[in-house]
Design a protein around this ligand. Sequence first.
Ligand code: IMP
Ligand code: MG
Length: 178
Amino acid sequence: MEKKEDHSLEVLLTAEQITAKVNILGETISRDYADAYEIVLVAVLRGSVYFTVDLSRQLSVPFILDFIGISSYGGSSSGVVRITKDLDVNIAQKHVLLVEDIVDTGLTLNYLLKNLIIRNPLSLKVCTFLDMPGRRIVDVPADYKGFELPDVFVVGYGLDYHERYRNLPYVAKKNLEG
Ligand code: IMP
Ligand code: MG
């Protein structure tokens, strides 16, 4: 935990708001997949790990947890993405739920969806914790979403600024001048 008070942060979503939303998402997803034999929950490393773990605890449907690691060339919103850690599970003929921390420009998600769909999953859906529709460059579908936020830089609950702040239990706007 960041113990020192950090004046560059302004809380946008409290831990209580996040917990309530994760509970609702868990119920909705469990209901939607109630008839599925199992689903594959794919967390995108590293930001979505926190959200994925909390969400997974609210699921009543059987699931396999897997991870995909990506890194972007030329800055996070260049859209030029490379897989640094591939899935361990073969997702062919499986229901796949891709779990993201944030959909911003949509470039990362667009790349991931194209990469996963050619593996012939039975179904492929997206659950994102945060959505910043105002920043979209590519139109990508989010089947489930936690919160929509305006175009600001946010940290916490998995989201980082140079690897810092991931462990904050809330989401805060990070003042980059501060
Ligand atoms: P994209 O622009 O939709 O491709 O988002 C790519 C990635 O940039 C996300 O998965 C996050 O890891 C990161 N990102 C985008 N916006 C923010 C933000 O406000 N705070 C922290 N990370 C962000
Ligand atoms: Mg990310």
